[in-house]
Design a protein around this ligand. Structure first.
Ligand code: AMP
Length: 329
């Protein structure tokens, strides 16, 4: 079975955009590939999180992934800082990576602009840590968003360069993987094109029914359909996209017809969306709360995940040490 590894940011909570755009695909992916998921808590140090928040954030996001349907027996979830092998590989990869190429990475330039008082070496070497995350498992595929493509290019370069320097074929070049090319883009309901944390327009998987309804009922609309069978303006199209994501096909058709014959009342449409979003979110939210209350279970899952990840990583590191010329550890 082909291996896939994917990082999870430990900041914040999952929203509908994350769920329909990524996590739901991961749940399907674990049936077809050997997936490893890791919570990237070392990466989060570039912004100096408070010590008391570190483990809490990992548990929070782990509870949410499990609630969405990630099955740790199929796809281990581990915490990055539980697998020290990653750091050793990170060091070796840094030795073969040039300052110039790291400085050219767009995400580095952006982050350096955002936190000019803390342009640390960790920020600069983010791509080599990411390369170590990936290469230690010698995976062929990594699910990525657009913002990660350049970092993936660096990971491939790290693999290629190591193989070339030592004349080996240890690391496969990991490819960008778009498991579900039909993954939906979830729009914002505030008139913006996309639901996102920085847009401040998210419906979270932790939101209760009342909060969800409030958010949906506040969705931006316009004066209503002005002519039969007219094209929908963007804000209305966004509502219909929502309907497509959370409601049945009949419901979608029903409201689409109402739009086409100019009898659509936005209040009814929003009520329907709110109801169906609640139906989608409620069972996930319940599971999130259940998992969150069981830190013992979460820690056990993390421990078992780390054991599996270390097994995979240490097999690679054993080879790497031998190839470089070090004694076996
Ligand atoms: P973020 O939480 O913004 O780091 O997003 C993590 C991943 O979730 C992205 O790489 C996308 O795959 C997915 N995602 C986030 N927001 C949306 C959205 N509004 N629609 C679809 N997918 C999304």
């Amino acid at each position: 079975m082909e291996k896939v590894v994917s990082g999870i940011r430990p900041t914040g909570n999952l929203h509908l955009g994350n769920y329909f755009g990524a996590v739901k695909s991961f749940v399907q992916m674990q049936e077809v590939y050997k997936c490893l998921f890791f919570i990237a808590d070392w990466h989060s140090l570039t912004t100096r999180p408070k010590p008391e928040d570190i483990q809490a954030s990992s548990r929070t996001i782990m509870a949410e992934y499990l609630a969405c349907g990630i099955d740790p027996h199929k796809a281990p979830i581990y915490v990055q800082s539980d697998v020290k092998e990653t750091l050793e590989l990170y060091l070796y990869l840094n030795m073969n990576t040039y300052l110039g190429e790291l400085e050219r990475v767009t995400t580095f330039k952006e982050k350096a602009r955002k936190q000019p008082d803390n342009v640390n070496a960790g920020l600069l070497t983010y791509p080599t840590l990411m390369a170590a995350d990936i290469l230690q498992h010698r995976v062929n595929k990594v699910p990525v968003g657009k913002d990660q493509e350049q970092n993936m290019e660096m990971a491939r370069r790290c693999a290629r360069r190591f193989n070339n320097i030592y004349g080996v074929e240890l690391f496969p070049e990991p490819q960008n993987f778009y498991f579900n090319s039909q993954a939906l883009k979830v729009p914002g309901l505030d008139g913006s094109g996309k639901m996102g944390k920085s847009e401040g327009n998210c419906i979270y998987l932790r939101d209760d029914d009342k909060t969800i309804s409030k958010k949906v009922m506040k969705a931006v609309t316009d004066l209503g359909p002005q002519a039969m069978n007219s094209e929908k303006p963007e804000v209305i199209e966004n509502l219909f996209t929502f309907l497509k994501i959370v409601s049945s096909e009949e419901t979608y058709k029903y409201f689409d017809e109402k739009w086409n014959n100019c009898t659509l009342r936005y209040g009814d449409l929003k009520k329907q969306i709110a109801e169906d979003v609640c139906k989608t979110v409620a069972p996930i939210r319940e599971k999130i709360l259940e998992y969150s209350a069981n830190t013992e279970l979460l820690d056990k899952i993390a421990k078992e995940g780390a054991e599996e990840a270390r097994e995979s990583a240490s097999a690679t590191l054993k080879e790497v040490r031998r190839i470089i010329g070090f004694r076996a550890f």
